[in-house]
Design a protein around this ligand. Structure first.
Ligand SMILES: Nc1ncnc2c1ncn2[C@@H]1O[C@H](COP(=O)(O)OP(=O)(O)OP(=O)(O)O)[C@@H](O)[C@H]1O
Ligand SMILES: [Mg+2]
Length: 218
């Protein structure tokens, strides 16, 4: 396959990992790099990524939203995802744009499944219903020890009080890390584990190499 052909084929790349692991930083750097190579890139995120899904995001993340069970939460995330796919992701891929998404289905499986106690099989069923064959071509898992991730997230917030997820303890965040790694073990051809403790530029180089290896030179 020629490099030119690769330019013409949209790719769907997701970034996953715990709080402060560098997902947003690396998603932005990869998008900027690909654009510099002439590729049309749609940068998006979950929850959110379309008007309806962003409205749900505001509701889900609003501290005033009453507490609700992981199942309700998973269904809200899934409703947001259904619209995000229809309104943003599928149209972009149909135009042969590349899509870079900050969090996607693996976060649901980890936060509401492994950490929230929902059966993985139930989440897998919801996922196949909503995602269908629009699965990511590549998922970059930013792997970082929980203490470093939390420290980074707090520093970024200028010492502001942590949000709902960040406010939980180190043991919780370590459970999340292990659950993300287990997903990578289960789907090694899709999920690449990146050592997120290194300097930003080194990580970005590694991700560019990974993308070139998977999809050909950009
Ligand atoms: N490799 C790195 N080394 C040191 N600091 C980093 C690195 N990557 C990102 N940071 C910094 O850590 C903070 C968190 O990074 P970022 O927002 O990209 O993480 P995130 O995974 O998107 O977090 P969240 O889950 O909270 O959205 C930012 O202040 C960012 O500048
Ligand atoms: Mg982020």
């Amino acid at each position: 396959m020629s490099a030119y052909h690769c330019f013409m084929t949209g790719r769907f790349i997701t970034f996953e990992g715990g709080e402060g692991s560098g997902k947003s930083t690396q998603a932005r750097l990869l998008a900027t790099y690909l654009r510099s190579r002439g590729i049309a890139v749609v940068e998006t995120r979950e929850p959110g990524g379309s008007p309806f899904a962003e409205a749900l995001r505001n509701f889900i993340l609003d501290p005033a939203t009453p507490p609700h069970a992981p199942l309700s939460e998973a269904l809200l995330f899934t409703a947001a995802r259904a619209d995000h796919l229809d309104a943003t992701i599928r149209p972009a891929l149909a135009r042969s744009d590349w899509v870079i998404c900050d969090r996607f289905t693996d976060s649901t499986r980890v936060y509401q499944g492994a950490a929230g106690g929902l059966a993985d099989a139930a989440l897998a069923t919801l996922e196949s219903l909503v995602v269908g064959d629009t699965r990511p071509d590549l998922t970059v898992l930013m792997d970082l020890d929980a203490a470093t991730g939390l420290a980074r997230a707090r520093e970024r917030a200028g010492g502001a009080p942590p949000d709902g997820y960040e406010a939980r303890g180190l043991a919780y965040h370590d459970l999340l890390r292990k659950a993300f790694l287990a997903r990578a073990t289960a789907e090694p051809s899709r999920i690449a584990v990146i050592d997120a403790a290194r300097p930003i530029d080194l990580i970005a180089d590694g991700i560019r190499s990974l993308v070139a290896t998977r999809f050909g030179p950009a």
